[in-house]
Design a protein around this ligand. Structure first.
Ligand code: LMR
Length: 396
């Protein structure tokens, strides 16, 4: 029977991760998959995570099942981290999820269960798995313009014009911060305009926030999300603790829904049902590490300090690369790299140029031109700048 299976489509990001692993060269630079790396090129286990895990080893006395929507302490702590208390707990439905991807999937299943006719409006470009997940769930997709490549900023007018075509009940998928792949985020006034359009047209915002703390800081990165939640009756949220807690492989995510109080039990029950039909109980270890950190003032402070240092380091690497490219090219056309936020930026490169970067310089970036700035190190910046300048100079 299996010979009838269609050939699986390779995932663009994970294919780059694999190619990089297989490259035997010493001088190679992975700017593909979105993970943070330190000056030695390692993805560290954060100090507070180590401490919380040690505490769990000492004190945890059971690995028995928790609940279909996960541990309430984790759900509360994450809701607080993301929403900062702008809505009462009585308006928040929550379920722990299998990473940020699991949270997006859960949210999309919820959308389909609530309104199968809803179209999901997705930015162009976006994290490619958004499209894959919407397809897998069977949701109709529409795309909206997002990025002004000439200026390296949000295409505010293009976005608003396209979303003006949405029908009441349609869902607008937004990146909470550190837009993946462009690194261009809405400013405060843009969020207010987006919220006003969503409100006027009766749309439902769906915010995917996977990089809180990597843009401007923990609270600043959630400001757009909090604006929406404070203003609108319903917001769907998928969040990840993979990046800001460095818990990638533990798959700690959460699906939150803010809604009128009287809808909360129904939404929570539906999230539980979705889990039962897929994973039953969401994974607990990463979630428990997160709640241990967030509910212990000393661990929380240490985590915040380490995350802030990581954020500043990535921002510093952005500045260093932009400066090295200015020196290499004698132009400011890469200045946007320093102005953007989070792990990613997009370069205007052809597939051939991407292949040359890989083959000639051992620099790996994702198809479409996405670079993970957190994959740079202080040592690799000059070589990466020189490779980029060399390859991009030939674009004719
Ligand atoms: C990325 O965009 O590189 C990360 O979110 C990892 C992934 O799953 O694609």
């Amino acid at each position: 029977m299996f010979h009838t299976l269609p050939a699986p489509k390779p995932d663009a990001i994970l294919a780059v991760m694999q190619l990089f692993r297989e490259d035997p060269r010493d001088r190679k630079v992975d700017l593909g998959v979105g993970v943070y790396k330190d000056a030695q090129g390692r993805t560290p286990v954060m100090r507070a995570v180590k401490a919380a895990e040690a505490r769990l080893v000492e004190t945890q006395d059971t690995k028995g099942y928790v609940a279909l929507t996960g541990d309430a302490a984790y759900n509360e702590a994450m809701a607080d981290l993301l929403l900062g208390g702008v809505v009462p707990a009585s308006r928040i439905a929550a379920s722990a999820a299998t990473g940020g991807t699991g949270a997006v999937r859960m949210a999309m299943e919820l959308i389909r269960a609530a309104n199968p006719a809803a179209q999901v409006w997705i930015s162009t470009p976006t994290w490619p798995n958004h499209n894959v997940l919407a397809n897998a769930v069977g949701l109709t997709q529409q795309s909206y313009r997002y990025y002004d490549a000439a200026e390296g900023v949000l295409d505010r007018q293009g976005m608003l014009d396209d979303l003006a075509q949405a029908k009441p009940g349609d869902v607008v998928l937004l990146h909470g911060c550190c837009h993946n792949p462009t690194g261009a985020d809405p400013r405060e006034a843009d969020w207010a305009e987006i919220a006003a359009l969503i409100e006027a047209k009766g749309l439902i915002p769906f915010v995917d926030i996977a990089y809180q703390g990597f843009g401007e800081g923990l609270d600043a990165d959630a400001a757009g999300l909090r604006h929406l939640v404070a203003r609108l009756p319903r917001v769907i949220i998928a969040a990840s603790a993979a990046k800001n807690f460095g818990l990638y492989r533990e798959r700690a995510g959460i699906c939150l829904v803010t809604c009128p109080e009287e809808e909360r039990a129904l939404v929570t029950g539906t999230l539980a049902t979705i889990n039962r039909a897929s994973v039953s109980f969401p994974p607990d270890h990463g979630a428990r590490v997160v709640s241990t950190i967030l509910t212990d003032p000393a661990l929380r402070l240490d985590w915040q300090e380490e995350l802030e240092a990581m954020r500043q380091r990535v921002q510093g690497l952005r500045g260093a690369l932009a400066q090295a490219l200015r020196a290499e090219t004698g132009s400011d056309r890469f200045g946007f790299l320093a102005a953007q936020r989070g792990m990613f930026s997009v370069l205007d490169v052809s597939p051939e140029q991407i292949a040359r970067l890989r083959d000639e310089a051992g620099v790996y970036i994702v198809p479409g031109g996405r670079m993970n700035m957190a994959g740079l190190t202080e040592d690799s910046v000059p070589a990466v700048a020189s490779a980029l300048a060399g390859v991009l100079a030939d674009r004719g």
